[in-house]
Each structure stands twice: as C-alpha cells, then as structure tokens.
Design a protein around this ligand. Structure first.
Ligand code: ADP
Ligand code: MG
Length: 716
C-alpha cells in the first residue's frame, strides 16, 4: 500500500497515548497497518436474542432491554452508595450495576469504567440494544461493559448485519479502545486511506483467479456488506497472503535452480550397481521413485536441495547410501550427519553392510573418536581415500576438510540449526556447493512443508517395506497398571525388551524429573535385579552415562529402558516389542507417533501402551483415540496441525514461520495454499525475475521488508 502513510495517532479517536499502545501492543503504526489488522471473528448483529434464551459463555449476543434499576457501589465495602434521585459523588463509586429486562427475563449489566457516562445514558424506562459477552456471576446472568445503542430511534449506527470483533489487549481496553471504539477508528482509517490504497496484485491475477480488488476486500473485511462480500474479501486476502509468500519462497528456489552452480554428476557407476544388486530386499516403490528424483537432481548440473520425508522405518538409509554412491561414481565424497552419537553409530553399522560389496572406504567420526583415529580420518578425507564419512556435529569442526565433498546428507534435520548446516558446504575446495539431502522422519503436513520448506524440493516415501507388522496400540488407566507390568514380564519372558517413556515436555521442569525418578524407582521395584535389568536415559545425564545406558539396551543387556521423551529419534532396537508411554495425554500426536515408531521394527508382534491419567481433556481423549485408530504418520500430523496449530508442531518450533500470517491458516487453507503455490510457479516459470511490466506490482510487494528476512529452510 503506497500513497502517503498516515501515522495512526492522527486518526480520529486515537491521539498520541492510544497510538503508543497501538504500536506496542499490536505493532500497528500507520493507518494502512491498521487496515491490515483484521477482525478475528464476526457476529451477526441482525438478530436479537430474547434474554430468556441467552446462555452464558456463548460468544457475543445482542438483546433488547429496558433499564429498570441502576445501582452504584463502593468497592471497599460493597455498599450501595447511591439511590435514585440523589446527587452522585462519582469519586467514591467503583462499580455500577444496571438491571434491564425485555419481558422474557432479566440481565444485569456491570460497569467498572466509564460509569459516569453510562449512568447518565442509561436512564430508567428507556430501551436500548445491548451487545456483548454474557457470563454467569454468582449464579446470575450478567454482562460486563456491553455496547449499547438507544432503541427509540432505531439507530443501529449504520452497523451491517455482520460486525467485526478485533482481538485486543487489556492495556488497549483500559485506554478505552473497546470493540466499538476500535470500529470507529477503523472507519476513520478507511475513510482517510482507502482511496489511496494501491492494488497489490496485477490485473491479470485478479481476473484469472476471480479475486475482488483490494479496496473492496479491505472495506468488506472490516465492515462486510453481507456474508457473500465478506467471503469474497476473505478469500482475496488469504490468497494474496499465501500467494505472495509462495512467490517469495519459490523465487529463491528458481533463482538457485537457474544458477547452474551445482556439481554435475552424470554417471551411474559400478559402485551404485554393485550395491544395488546386493541389497537383500526389493526396494519399495517409494524408495525407487525417490532415488530416481535424486539421481535426476544430481545429474542436472543444478545444486540439489531436497527434503526427504519418510516415516520411521520407511528405509531412508538405503536411499542415503545409494545417493552417496552416485556421488562416489562421479568421483566425489559424501558425508552423512546424524544428530546424536547413537544414531551416527547405528547409521555407520548399517551403511558398512551396504557398502561392503563396493570396496569403498567409509569411517565414523564423533565427539568420542580417539585422537589418533581422528587424525587418520582427517587425512583420509583430505586425500580423498575416504569416500563416505558418517558422523555427528564433529563433522563441522574446522579441521575437517574434504578433498571434494559432493553430497551432504543430514538426518533428522530439525535438530540442526541453519548456521550449523551452512558450515558444511563451506568445506568444499572448488567453491561449488555440494548437493544437499535432508532426511526427516517427522511427517510434515503438506501445507507446512510448502511453507517452512517452501524453497526446497521435497520427496516423500509414502510406503513401508513389506512385512512390517502393525503395532497394536492400547490405552490403559491407572487401574490397569499392574496388568501392564505383568504384560511386560510376559514379553521379557519371551526374550523381548520394553521402553517406558515419561513426558518431559520442558527439560527444565522439576516436576517432570520427579515423575521420572519416581517412575524409575517403581519400575525397579516391579522388576528387581536379578533377573531384570533396567537402564535409564534422560537429558541431565552426561553423554557418557547416556551412551552407556543406551548401549546396554541396544545390545540387549537391559530388559527395560526407562527414558524421557528426549529418547533418540531413530534408534533402532528390533528386539524391543513394547512401548509404554506414561501420561500419554501430555504428548502431541506427532510425538506419540514418533515414540510408537521405536517398536515394531523386528519380526515380532509389537505393542504400544498409552497410559492415561484420570482426567482426560476432550482433546486428550481425541488424540488417544486417533493413535489407536491409525499408524499413518501423515494423517496424525495433519490432525496435530488442526488441533494445535503450526507453532507447536514438531520440527517447526526452531524454524518459525517465514512470515507471520495474518489471515490465512496453514491448518485450514490448504486448498488455497496449493493453488497459490501452483499459480506462483506458473508465473515464475515465465518471468523468474518478475521483470515483465505486468508483474511490477508483485516485485514491489516482494521488496518489502517482511519478505527480506532470511530464508529459514534454505540450505545453502
Ligand atoms: P528409516 O527411514 O527410519 O531411517 P531405515 O533406513 O533405518 O528406516 O530402515 C528400517 C529397516 O527397514 C532397516 O532394517 C532396513 O534394512 C529395512 N529396509 C529398508 N528398505 C527395505 C525394503 N525395501 N524392504 C525390506 N526392508 C527394508
Ligand atoms: Mg533413519
């Protein structure tokens, strides 16, 4: 929006004091900012509810009422300090109650502020239209600070039937910015600014997408003429928001993919085929498709930036190895970086197996690698005799230098920060960035992936290797605790192992550790040594303690692993057949799904037991029910998104949204988002720099600061 920016303080009804609050509380500085401050809901003010049928705690209602009685109270003693007909001493009045009736029932109105004004307005015997949020106080229906309009004149103050409600703050309300005042200020902002508001989208976009123009949208989002106009306005603003965001993300991607700065890897050499032919199983369709996508990327001469999503156990390691072998076949080294030592070791063991037929050399480098070993590895990486290195953060250290790193694979990417990752690609000698493959087992709902990783290519392995048995999921309340212990005993007698996981949502929470400790003691009592052995892993242990305990379980020396939810993502213990999750209602769906994925990795039937407290919220119950009904990580992730919103989703906390959305919702507007993204890519395909005259508006929009923040997901 151009034209002249009007400082919010100069709008009628604002002034310097309120302007300061608009700035600090809402981030609104100018009249045009204010126009982009949309109502969060609308109420239908064309309907009038009889008082008798008003129920408490519904959203807003509107009703008629005749003033019966006004009472003024002093707060200290709660005494009525004023009777009708006496002069009022407002300085001692702390509260006013007004009883009104519409013949069907009575409602008490309560005022703590603006009492003088309201007292003088609400004269007994007169009729008003009231509007506000009803509640019950001391068993009686009341309403605090309702809006009111005298009814005699049928004066609705030009309110349309749909009235916007703005989210506000305590401070703004205290400064007198009520819903009604907010609407007045908004009206002033529209009057002052709307005529000079400039369209942000090109004419052809409006036409092709059937969108209303920006002025219509901004007017009707605040003061809808009717439901249809509101819908048009809302659609237009959502589309605009998602479209511009996608345009900015895709533009970065287009620029990168046209840059031609990737390392071309055209050959598929013997190593790849040797390995491929020796895989002891048939690759799934998903694995084959993804490998093909990766091969095409690496061959293209453009740098690959690919996110590979595949549920736990979907076989991502194989994909990683084959990708590394493509690089090897073209004379380049690869690295695979895992977030923890345990995971790196596990990767290394598997990868060595797959690499054996090729005769290529690989090594493991972690924080605990011995100095001599380290030295040898460093040398091997520098002279190129090592083809593949698997490791942890230790790979990022400055003294790790590659002869020619061609592919960087990062497992469980959300544990790595952007800065850490970017260190990797500065390790190549010829200045060309390596291809990058990021693998995650956290299923990310499509809308989130398109936004958080909007400038990456994504691949999904959407099927599991054949023969995996479903995990039987059950819930158990406290009453079944002993049955649960007996069940574990039976499984141990069959030679299996069990996880018992405690929630540790915030690592610092003392309470959670208390629960964990008590739980551990209880488990030891139930499963005494000998014959049982129980290991424990949590975030307060040293790396050594953690490794020691983890290894005891992985190697089968411990029957039970008591752990917090920080338990390593991706740890593979095929012999573990039971996953008990304590206080499971406290976990999000994605997290529950991740934990459940720890079992069911071997040939035995596996079980996930969700322990629940006595008082389950409706949402908690819904989550537990979903867990019992599906094992599809994407379905669960979509539900999680709907229930908790994007901010709380696993894998998104660290990245944050590329820009803050003000009207569109990633949980609800998936359709508009996909459409906007597709359309954005059509436009960029024709005009990647947005240089065409008809795209100037878009270029101007994207040059605004909110699109200039750093790209969160961009990998190189
Ligand atoms: P994740 O995607 O969780 O990293 P892994 O790569 O660790 O999964 O694979 C899980 C297990 O499935 C491994 O034991 C692996 O050998 C096996 N596996 C992978 N692909 C297949 C396949 N196509 N058929 C059968 N088993 C497979
Ligand atoms: Mg894995």
């Amino acid at each position: 929006m151009h034209g002249q920016e009007i400082d919010i303080q100069y709008l009628a009804g604002v002034g310097p004091k309120r302007a300061r609050l608009f700035r600090s509380e809402l981030g609104v500085e100018s009249a045009s900012d204010l126009l982009r401050y949309y109502p969060f809901r609308y109420v239908d003010r064309s309907s009038v509810t009889p008082i008798a049928s008003i129920v408490p705690d519904v959203a807003y209602v509107q009703f008629r009422g005749r003033v019966m009685r006004r009472q003024l109270w002093s707060a200290d003693k709660g005494e009525v300090v004023q009777k009708e007909g006496q002069a009022v001493k407002y300085n001692v009045v702390k509260r006013m109650t007004v009883l009104v009736t519409d013949g069907t029932g009575e409602m008490e109105l309560v005022f703590f502020k603006g009492i003088k004004w309201a007292y003088e307005k609400l004269r007994p015997g007169e009729d008003f239209l009231f509007f506000g949020k009803p509640q019950v106080f001391n068993g009686k229906l009341n309403m605090v600070h309702p809006e009111m309009d005298p009814l005699g004149t049928n004066n609705f103050e030009g309110l349309g039937s749909l009235t916007g409600i703005y989210s506000s703050t305590e401070k703004l309300k205290n400064a007198g910015v009520t819903d009604k005042v907010m609407r007045k200020i908004m009206q002033a902002a529209l009057n002052e600014t709307l005529p000079s508001v400039e369209e942000t989208l090109p004419e052809y976009v409006l036409r092709e997408k059937g969108l209303c123009n920006l002025r219509f949208a901004l007017y009707n989002i605040h003061f809808p003429k009717d439901a249809a106009s509101l819908e048009k306005a809302r659609y237009r603003l959502k589309f605009e928001e998602l479209f511009l965001l996608q345009l900015s993300l895709l533009k970065a991607k287009f620029i990168r993919s046209r840059a031609d700065n990737g390392i071309p890897m055209p050959k598929v050499e013997v190593a790849f085929n040797q390995c491929y032919e020796n895989i002891p199983f048939e690759l799934t369709g998903g694995q084959k498709r993804v490998i093909k996508e990766i091969r095409e990327d690496m061959r293209s001469g453009k740098q690959m930036n690919r996110l590979l999503q595949g549920d736990v156990g979907s076989g991502k390691t194989m994909v990683a190895v084959l990708s590394a072998l493509i690089a090897a076949g073209n004379g380049y080294q690869s690295c695979i970086m895992a977030p923890t030592e345990v995971l790196a070791q596990q990767h290394f063991r598997n990868i060595q197996k797959y690499l054996a037929p090729t005769g290529l050399k690989s090594a493991l480098l972690t924080g605990t690698s011995k100095t001599a070993e380290r030295r040898e590895i460093h040398a091997g990486l520098e002279d190129g005799s090592l083809t593949l290195i698997v490791g942890t953060h230790a790979l990022l250290e400055d003294n790790v230098v590659f002869k020619n790193l061609g592919l960087a694979i990062i497992d469980e990417q959300h544990r790595f920060g952007v800065d850490q990752r970017s260190k990797l690609w500065r390790k190549t000698s010829d200045g060309r960035p390596p291809h990058v493959l990021v693998m995650t087992a956290t299923p990310i709902p499509r809308t989130l992936a398109m936004t958080f990783y909007g400038d990456l290519d994504t691949s999904v392995i959407n099927e599991m290797p054949p023969g995996r048995k479903p995990v039987v999921t059950m819930t158990a309340g406290e009453g079944k605790r002993y049955a649960m212990y007996n069940f574990i005993r039976d499984q141990i007698a069959l030679g299996r192992q069990a996880f018992i996981v405690y929630p540790l949502i915030f690592e610092s929470e003392k309470m959670d550790y208390k629960n964990l400790e008590l739980g551990y003691e209880e488990v030891i009592r139930q499963f005494p040594f000998p014959p049982y052995k129980t290991a424990i892993v949590h975030g307060k242990q040293t790396a050594e303690e953690k490794n020691f305990n983890m290894a005891a379980f992985v190697e089968g020396r411990a029957n039970i692993l008591v752990a917090t939810s920080v338990i390593e993502v991706g740890v593979d213990v095929p012999n573990a057949s039971v996953m008990v999750i304590e206080s499971s209602e406290r976990f999000g769906l994605s997290q529950l799904h991740q934990l459940r994925g720890r079992v069911g990795r071997g040939s035995e039937k596996s079980y996930c037991i969700l322990m629940t407290g006595n008082k389950l919220s409706k949402e908690g119950r819904h989550r537990i029910k979903l867990m019992c009904s599906t094992e599809d990580g994407f379905v669960l992730a979509e539900e999680d998104l709907k229930m908790r919103g994007p901010g709380d989703m696993e894998g998104t906390q660290q990245s944050g949204l590329p820009i803050e959305l003000s009207i569109a919702s990633l949980a609800k507007d998936g359709q508009i988002l996909s459409d906007a993204r597709r359309y954005a890519s059509v436009i960029l395909d024709k005009d990647p720099g947005l240089d065409a005259p008809e795209n100037q508006r878009l270029k101007i929009e994207l040059s605004k600061s909110k699109y200039q923040k750093k790209d969160y997901s961009k990998i190189s």
